[in-house]
Design a protein around this ligand. Sequence first.
Ligand SMILES: NC(=O)c1ccc[n+]([C@@H]2O[C@H](COP(=O)([O-])OP(=O)(O)OC[C@H]3O[C@@H](n4cnc5c(N)ncnc54)[C@H](O)[C@@H]3O)[C@@H](O)[C@H]2O)c1
Ligand SMILES: O=CCCC(=O)O
Length: 494
Amino acid sequence: MSPRPPVLPADLPSGLFIGGTWRDGARGTIAVDNPATGETIAHVADGGVDDGLAALEAAAAAASAWARTPPRERAEILRRAFDLVTTRADDLATVMTLEMGKPLAQAQGEVTYGAEFLRWFSEQAAHISGSYRPSPEGSLRQLVVRRPVGPCLLITPWNFPLAMATRKVAPALASGCTVVLRPASLTPLTSLLFVKILTDAGVPDGVVNVITSSRHDVTDAIIADPRLRKLSFTGSTAVGQQLLRQAADNVLKCSMELGGNAPLLVFEDADLDVAVEGAMVAKLRNMGEACTAANRFIVHADVADAFAAGLAERFSNQRLGDGLDAGVDVGPLITETASDGVHALVTRAVADGARVVTGGEPLEGPGWFYPPTVLTGVSHDAEILSEEIFGPVAPITTFTTEAEAIELANDTPIGLAGYVFTRDLDRILRLSESLEVGMIGANTGLISNAAAPFGGVKHSGLGREGGDHGLDEFTEEVYVALPDPHHPAVSSRN
Ligand SMILES: NC(=O)c1ccc[n+]([C@@H]2O[C@H](COP(=O)([O-])OP(=O)(O)OC[C@H]3O[C@@H](n4cnc5c(N)ncnc54)[C@H](O)[C@@H]3O)[C@@H](O)[C@H]2O)c1
Ligand SMILES: O=CCCC(=O)O
């Protein structure tokens, strides 16, 4: 283990966690870098295929006892985990800011958001139910019970290192499933600390296992193994499509939380202050590195100039810097490649006729800082409207009728989130039926909440996380057919 800057918690693990034991990885270590400085802040174990299969073995061995653990006991462990995550909010937020870059206040916000999945699913764990009813023609009684699907592989992205893990681990454990968690190799530290907290909360050995790895052969082997029964993935659409193909061979139950390209519609009757405020959150939360980030600003021509001016003024007042520094609003992007990718999209948009109102040039290093940027005059067919920008850039294009706005919003294979700003409630209801997305913010830029069903349509994924049906993703129904107890052949036996 390498020495760490004192700011990292002393009990932050650096190994793989398999069957209740922290271990080294078969491939040495992975360096974890701080995107604000470019410096390496820690090393963690680099797991190999054998490590991954050992983790699955541990999850399979623990599956039956965990499935039979009384729901109330599972609920209480999750509730203790919620309390411990909340108690250790400062540690988790600091680790997250160091490895991912988001400003400390936003990291604190993610701890609150991520912890809520533990509380929400602790409340749900004791309420898993089935059904019993006569068949329509009366010859049967139909008993339907829910049981845990079995060992799960959970693959999470780097952009919300805690919340994306709690959003999967909490419902899996509440349902009685055991898991192998594979966090993004760019941001493994938060997940490792979270799993340490789970063990402190009393999660038994083998129920949660973690594999950090620089390579994907580890998960390839797990996905192909018949002991695995469920794959839950959050990440890009391209990787999700590839994993679905792999999962097909093993006929795995799959949840896919994939990429976004959210339209943000501002109508002529919108309260523009509310729209600008909503756009700030929908665009700049997490530096624009959110699947829910507003990606296409589709604004009525009558209010487009005023909206662009209001947004540009707010954007230009944002303070960029190291997320650990007080007063910083916008942190660095995750890597140099990410920053270069955002700038290339902006450069090509400008070459195609867009105008930079504010921002538009990356900052000199160290760190991968891209300024909040507003582009106007973006044409309907511009490349930047068809790509997930994943950075703090707001391209504005215009419309004149509601039908045109809907057509523009739906002109993408992606369908995760959308935002609408209007004072007309009927319009909001019409849009809720016509926008091809899984989630809509109406006069708000923040939709994420543990009690809501999070997920997308079209190429944005399959299934929902959180909400009333989050446990369905980790359980399966078993139907038991029983003969009619009043039938003479049955009643004569009694
Ligand atoms: N819908 C959601 O809830 C949601 C949430 C967060 C991020 N996202 C999406 O994730 C993307 C950004 O995250 P990212 O860059 O980490 O995505 P990514 O798809 O590159 O990686 C996601 C995770 O999968 C792993 N991975 C990549 N290729 C893999 C493979 N072949 N086999 C197994 N694992 C593999 C990565 O290491 C990472 O842990 C964006 O598209 C964003 O919209 C979606
Ligand atoms: O990046 C996507 C997840 C964002 C969220 O859960 O709010």
